[in-house]
Design a protein. Sequence first.
Lengths: 560, 560
Amino acid sequence: MKIILAQQNYHIGNFESNTQKIIEAIEEGKKQQADLMVFSELCICGYPPHDFLEYNDFIEKCNESISIIRSHTQGIGVLVGCPSVNEKKEGKNLFNSSYLLYNNEVVDVVHKTLLPTYDVFDEYRYFEPAYTWHTMVFKGKKLAVTICEDIWNLGDNPLYRICPMDELIRDLPDVMINLSASPFDYTRIEERKSIIQANVEKYKIPMIYCNTVGSQTDIIFDGGSLVFDKHANLLKEGKYFEEDMITVNFLDDGTFEEIILASSEDISSVAWNPSVYDQHLHTDRIYDAIVLGVKDYFSKMGFKHAIVGSSGGIDSAVTLAIACDALGKENVHALLLPSQFSTGHSVDDAVALSKNLGNPCDLIAIKPVFDAFMEQLKPIYKDLPFNLAEENIQARTRGNLLMAVANKFGYILLNTTNKSECAIGYGTLYGDMAGGISVLGDVYKMQVYALANHINRHGEIIPQHIIDKAPSAELRPNQKDSDSLPDYSVLDAILYQYIERRHGAKEMVALGFNKSIAEQTIRLVHLSEYKRNQFCPIIRVSPKAFGMGRRVPIVAQYPS
Amino acid sequence: MKIILAQQNYHIGNFESNTQKIIEAIEEGKKQQADLMVFSELCICGYPPHDFLEYNDFIEKCNESISIIRSHTQGIGVLVGCPSVNEKKEGKNLFNSSYLLYNNEVVDVVHKTLLPTYDVFDEYRYFEPAYTWHTMVFKGKKLAVTICEDIWNLGDNPLYRICPMDELIRDLPDVMINLSASPFDYTRIEERKSIIQANVEKYKIPMIYCNTVGSQTDIIFDGGSLVFDKHANLLKEGKYFEEDMITVNFLDDGTFEEIILASSEDISSVAWNPSVYDQHLHTDRIYDAIVLGVKDYFSKMGFKHAIVGSSGGIDSAVTLAIACDALGKENVHALLLPSQFSTGHSVDDAVALSKNLGNPCDLIAIKPVFDAFMEQLKPIYKDLPFNLAEENIQARTRGNLLMAVANKFGYILLNTTNKSECAIGYGTLYGDMAGGISVLGDVYKMQVYALANHINRHGEIIPQHIIDKAPSAELRPNQKDSDSLPDYSVLDAILYQYIERRHGAKEMVALGFNKSIAEQTIRLVHLSEYKRNQFCPIIRVSPKAFGMGRRVPIVAQYPS
């Protein structure tokens, strides 16, 4: 039996293009004389569809797509993910389902059992879990078809009381097939291999795992579909961060006719150790994920041109380099917006950067606009001393100028805030926090440096001076980030403990952190919740990004 | 048995103040020789605590509060809501629980079964549902204690497969007691009475229902605690939108020694009919809810002064009047920001409004700043015609000036955008969409008019000319909203169908709406998703507000 995994990039709600893409893969499968095509979770509508699922109109369009695709399955089996209606009066209205289509018919449908409802996932908001299980029979083989999270409880996951494969294994299936929409974070690739290996070792049958690829606003799906033999050896691994088609021949004796990519022992050794935090870890993956995030945001929104405020600092330099890689240098417009407090090298560095990148770059001085603001505010400000208010006016003048150019020419403003700044509120709302999408909002400052070095790995793209100089917002004379913040190496480590590891001050002290710096940092995180609430979507690369996956009250007194 | 319901306003995560408040009520209960005090759901930490629940430190603080409160229960029973740890390896880490404290001990704990996971609710994200049930025994009475949603499935709610009261009734309890955190919307008060009445009619025992009160960022809890006798007559009804203590005497024969407020028949007749939409419905309640929302946002955040951009239009007028009511007129600063396109009456109307309200008001002309922007942009804009970009610069200049005054003096900017504008993206990001909290973002334009008339019910506060004139953003010569939008009466009705009722264009046509206006409106809602994503929290008064309760992908192509 020839099986093809179609690892594809979908557009949420764009039924026409998703259906077309699926049909093209099926036609290619027919040419290759495949018996069965495996697609990914909710591929019909794209994942995650969120509250679109509450619209009957949306569900009808899903069903229409199934009908169209069904009519292309003469002689070929097709497994696709799609919501289906729960016909019973009891339970939520929908299931998250997998359809087996064959010879122009819907042959079988199974439903997802384990519905992730944590971090960025809200599946229990929409779906009823499966309460009965059966294998699908296709060409004499028994297929244990599950959906994504279904294979993530091997009896030791406290989120769930059920293990669907324990139910399915009673039917003595020949192979496990999992349709997935498993998002990327820098811990994920090893975790995923480990859990699949553990399933194969437990159930002793092969596993075919088809993941989706592509970015959906903030969430990146990295592909990397997998095929394991029954001895838990890795036979096939799909490409990461791009579409792919993977062909396997499943033989009558239950084995695959394949070369082993990695043996069971090799895989165990790469398993992720979640207690380790190294800011340089997997910088290459993080870079690729962010490039895909920018690229898909623009292509799926129908945008072409980006604009970036280029300050001569490291955050905007890395943002600009990523944008040029994702969108093409000619489509990325740098705007230099020096203030009276900007040092000469800032402009020089920003100009040198755009020269290296080859992207267009303009300069507008902000002082005349700042002066006009101050003149109009004089009757109200009177003789009050220069403080944060004036700093914010400058940052917002920049934001306004960037948006003015963006609006006039149809560019999209890329935000340059990093996760450390975002965490502690070191930024101006409607100023440097403006933008359509945040490129670096899920990488701490130390990771931004690692990305800069990664970008320069084959030669200098980001001028070394940008990497070496002390970070500064340049909103008052001789300002440096270190005037008001601890060293980024300390700050990032504390933030990692608080955000990713959910450790409070007490736990951090036990880990050896300074109590007052830890408490002060946590307090800053809490006090800036209102700012992040108005921040743009952040391309997610960590296990805990700001945004949909982290929901914290704004009006609160905790930690007090 | 004397029972007191304590309907209180909590501060999320502020364990000190919540604990203090609960103890004060207990001491008052002791004075009144109460046998049992009933508090509301998760009163220990405040509701909704969101991802704070993922911090062990937070759960420890909950437990410490229980210990402190416990030591005040000599001779008095106390029912409080608090998260509790699931000691089993299986299932999520926490329960949403109700503790019975008595004589300085934790006497009993029961858990919530039905975990709302829809709209603004995310309970399944954190909590394991109860799988076993028992009544609590207190002073010889059997108490069937449930938590909020637990009483909302009478066998006909497709969200749930379990009905916890069906389990508890087997113990032959004497009374139902429900600890609730049930948020307000303009349909909710009748719905709540109906469901409680239906429970009493089904189980034929009395119901004591204690709700919380107060605003938590965007969500308003309206109080209105209820006591029903076993014949489903309403005996007691707590105040709305304020704290209250309600005393009832529960007699040995299972009845209350009370006067009937409303008979079972009266309550049925007020049941909400969800198919009706009348924009004037319950304007008084909506007004009270928004006032509480503004008031609590400021008091719980520790703010005192608000600033409002006063344009002479109806949205800013209603916002200003509400703010003066909530915060005191001397604490609300109006800032008039006329452009070269503002008509003379705009300034006159805004000045007259602040004269009527008695609040301070300043004026800054925006033209000099706008001109400075245009001068700096000239080398890039060249001779391109005036368009939306220049309109946005004006709106953002206003936003920047409002924030400049706010930042200098520690004021909080109140946003004046209404739900109709917010829905179709008729507003400028970082301009008129700026602000700490949105006062009118959940009321459609026609409801804003109703609120204006409500404010004027005892005499003119909002000058009649503001109510009568045609709405305009005044960002280009002779601009009117009606140049680019359908009549608000039509627009609002379509938006209501799309947002609140989840009807697509096809369903709206069947209801008699114009197809192309419906489709165009839906398209505008979709295209402005990215703007709402960066909008401030909206005080929620409808069953479907923008914000946490409505989660829609930004990068999507639906409706296509």
